[in-house]
Each structure stands twice: as C-alpha cells, then as structure tokens.
Design a protein around this ligand. Structure first.
Ligand SMILES: *[C@@H]1O[C@H](CO)[C@@H](O)[C@H](O)[C@H]1NC(C)=O
Ligand SMILES: *[C@@H]1O[C@H](CO)[C@@H](O)[C@H](O)[C@H]1NC(C)=O
Ligand SMILES: *[C@@H]1O[C@H](CO)[C@@H](O)[C@H](O)[C@H]1NC(C)=O
Ligand SMILES: *[C@@H]1O[C@H](CO)[C@@H](O)[C@H](O)[C@H]1NC(C)=O
Ligand SMILES: *[C@@H]1O[C@H](CO)[C@@H](O)[C@H](O)[C@H]1NC(C)=O
Length: 396
C-alpha cells in the first residue's frame, strides 16, 4: 500500500512539471516491431522442429503490425494531449515519417501511422535498403581506424564470460545431435572459435558460437512475442525470467562487441546523427514530429554515440526491444523563456508484446528516462536545450 502511494505521488509530481512546459518538437527513433527470425540455418543447429511462421524470413508479422499500431495509437493520444497534434490529419510540417526501405521497417511505420492517423493517407518516406542513414556499416577507410576498431572489439570478445549461457543453449538445442555437429564437426559452443568479420562498407559481424547463440535467441524471443505456445518457444525449456536473462546475455554480448565500442558506434551512426541534428539544429522549418523507423543497430549505435549513462529497461529482457523508441523531446519553459530537452526510452514490456495489450494513459508503455553523461539534468531529467545542441555539434 505504502509503495503504491509513493509511486502515485511521484507520477503526479512529474506530470505537474510537464504541465508547466509546452512540448514543441519530438524525434522518435524507433526499432521495427515483431518480425520473423532472421537466420536461415536454424534447421542445422538443432534436430528439433522449429515453429512455422506465415511470413517470409525477416518480415514484420501481422502481430508485429498490430503491436506497432498500438504504439501509434498511444503516441497519437499522447501528442494530442500535449498539444503537438490536433484532431485533423497532419501535414508533413507537423508529422514526417522516414523508414529504412526494408519490409519490416516500412510496414512498421505504416502500421504506426494507420492507427495514429486513421484515414489520413500520411506517407512513409523511404529510399533504398542500403539507405546510408539507416545502413549500419563501417565508413572510415583508414587502417588506423580498422586497427583500433578490431582491437576494441577483440578486447570485448575476450572478456565475455558466457559459459553458462552457451551451455544452456547447447542443451536446449540438443546441439550435439545437430547437422552442424554431424556435418561440420562443430559440436561445442564453449570451445569452438568466434571470428570478428570487419570490412569497410559492411556491417561488422561475428561468426561462430556467439552468432549461433544470438540467432537462436532471436528466434526464441520473436516466437515469445508472437504469442506462440511455450512448446513452440525453445521447446518449453524457458521457465522463468532467470532463463531469459541467461540467454539474453549472449545476444547482448554479441551486440556489445559489434555496435557498442565508441569509435565504431560513432562511425556507424554518423549519417543518422547528422540527419537528426539537421532537424534539431539547422533546419528552421523542420517537422514538429519525426518518426524514424530503423533497426536495433541504429538504436544501439546512437545510444552509444550520445554517451548515455547505463540504463535498465523494466519488464523487458532485451536491451533494445522490438518497437522500442528513443524519444527526444523539446519542451518550452514559459517561466524562464527557454527550451529544454528530455529523452525517454519508450517501449512495450514483454507482457504487452506477448499478450498484445492496448496502450492507454491508464496502461501506458514503459517510459525509461535516458541520461546524458555530458550534460547536467535537473531533478526531473530536463536538460538546457543549448547545452544539448552544443554537445550534439561535438558529435558531428
Ligand atoms: C578515421 O579514423 C581515424 C582514426 O580514428 C580518424 O583520425 C579519422 O578522422 C577518421 N576519418 C574520418 C573521415 O572520419
Ligand atoms: C569457459 O569454458 C571454456 C571451455 O570449456 C574454458 O576454457 C573456460 O575456462 C571457461 N571459463 C570460465 C570462466 O569458466
Ligand atoms: C554498452 O557499453 C556500456 C559501457 O561499456 C554499457 O554500460 C552498456 O550496457 C552497453 N550497452 C549495451 C546495449 O550492451
Ligand atoms: C487503445 O488505446 C487507445 C488510446 O491509447 C484508444 O484510443 C483505443 O480506443 C484503445 N483501443 C481499444 C480496443 O480499447
Ligand atoms: C563526454 O564525456 C566523456 C566522459 O564520459 C568524455 O570523454 C568526452 O570527451 C565528453 N565529450 C564532450 C563533447 O564533452
């Protein structure tokens, strides 16, 4: 009871502060929603039958489209409440959607819009799949850069300790009975070697046990969100959150190596950060609301580049959940006649995803405050806008 009262009290104070301020502009950097597993070799790593998916490999599922629509409905209600949207179809100076051209990102953005602005015909802009703004590839062509990047990635790889996680995956898969083991003599996730693959113009990736682990966990977690019965989620071997966490360590470790060393993250994210900073700094006429629909690679490299403090996402196993959004908000403080910045990670909890729960003001998505190491926030998480833009310029 006391705990409950306390939280209600906190929520009220925060709302009061934001009532004093007026929301002026928002950039929503989003990951697409639930898709089918990406790996094409799952049958080789386990003798057990994998669940069937209706959609093609790597495509947004209809559940994913539904879930992203739920997000769209919530954001539209929120942005109306804050006065940034009105009850009419938005023009592109109010709302602008830009997605990577992959099916899962374009359809995610369309699903968001369909529910945010029903019958409005709001367009999703996209270019080609290799659109540099979203393509998470290495740009820097120098050998100096390559040497530092590889050294940093190798250090991360060396310090991973994932034995328990990998052993768990081996058991779940029956790995010793898999084609991979029988035909390629790769039978041991703990001892088989990992290799970091690095090339200019390409996304860095790892081959070996970590990649296998990451791929199967991706399949498990998507099956879970999709709402499959537990016999079709890792063949009923995941019993509790501890198990999920043990598994997720592999996928977090994998992404930590390829996307979370600072030099590489900044290099990969540079075009996207340039695009966002043009909206925030340079363009007078930039849209009030921009939806950028990309991938976890985009979210992770942007998070690293901005040098955020470590964060934990309540009620989520993933570090960059499907449908999750980094929401940069520009607020106006009337009393002091100044602009402020606040940044939240807004995402659906695992339950909201699995059970397809609607999002309302009574049952909102999760909001986690993101804090910059390089600027000083007030006690409610607001930064002085000009501090933020000078920091942003230092990233370009
Ligand atoms: C490439 O990386 C090197 C080493 O970090 C750096 O000095 C150089 O400025 C980078 N070049 C570009 C074009 O970013
Ligand atoms: C993890 O397993 C490998 C291979 O069996 C072993 O060499 C290593 O010492 C183990 N690491 C830890 C921390 O137990
Ligand atoms: C990235 O690295 C930082 C610092 O090393 C760490 O706090 C953070 O959890 C990492 N992020 C991810 C997504 O692994
Ligand atoms: C879901 O929530 C939105 C507000 O966030 C509301 O407009 C909509 O009516 C709700 N849908 C259902 C089916 O309850
Ligand atoms: C941001 O803070 C980090 C330490 O966390 C520091 O190394 C870096 O130089 C700072 N960047 C700027 C632009 O102040």
């Amino acid at each position: 009871m006391f705990v409950k009262l306390f939280f209600v009290f906190c929520a009220l104070t925060v709302t009061n502060v934001e009532n004093k301020y007026r929301l002026k502009q928002v950039i929503i950097l989003s990951r697409h929603n639930v898709r089918t597993p990406l790996a094409n070799n799952l049958n080789e790593v386990s003798p057990k039958p994998w669940p069937h998916w209706k959609e093609k490999r790597g495509y947004l599922t209809s559940k994913g489209a539904y879930l992203e629509g739920v997000m769209g409905g919530y954001f539209s209600a929120w942005l109306k409440k804050e006065g940034l949207l009105r009850n009419v179809c938005p023009t592109e100076d109010i709302f602008y959607a830009y997605a990577n051209a992959k099916q899962r990102t374009v359809v995610s953005a369309m699903s968001f819009i369909d529910k945010a602005f029903p019958n409005c015909n709001v367009k999703v802009h996209f270019k080609e799949e290799s659109d540099p703004v979203f393509n998470p590839v290495i740009h820097n062509t120098t050998t100096v850069f390559k040497n530092i990047a590889l050294r940093e990635m190798k250090t991360r790889l060396k310090h991973l300790s994932l034995n328990n996680s990998l052993l768990f995956v081996e058991n779940i898969l029956d790995y010793k009975d898999s084609e991979q083991c029988k035909n390629k003599n790769e039978c041991d996730l703990l001892n088989n070697k990992n290799k970091i693959n690095y090339a200019v113009g390409c996304k860095p990736y790892i081959t070996g046990p970590l990649k296998i682990g990451k791929s199967v966990i991706d399949a498990f977690i998507m099956s879970y969100y999709e709402g499959f019965s537990m016999k079709d989620v890792a063949w009923n071997s995941i019993n509790d959150n501890k198990h999920w966490q043990l598994l997720m360590e592999i996928s977090i470790g994998y992404h930590d190596i390829i996307f979370n060393t600072t030099l590489v993250a900044k290099d990969i994210a540079a075009p996207l950060i340039k695009y966002m900073s043009d909206i925030f700094i340079n363009k007078e006429e930039s849209p009030k609301i921009t939806l950028l629909m990309g991938h976890d690679a985009n979210i992770q490299t942007v998070l690293n580049s901005f040098n955020f403090k470590a964060y934990t996402l309540r009620n989520q196993f993933e570090k960059s959940p499907v449908g999750g959004k980094i929401v940069f908000q520009k607020w106006f403080d009337e009393d002091h006649k100044r602009d402020l910045l606040k940044i939240n990670y807004v995402y659906q909890s695992t339950e909201q995803l699995r059970y397809g729960l609607n999002l309302t003001f009574e049952h909102p998505p999760e909001f986690t405050l993101l804090e910059l190491k390089n600027c000083t926030a007030d006690k409610n998480g607001f930064y002085i806008w000009d501090d933020f833009t000078s920091f942003l310029k230092s990233l370009l």
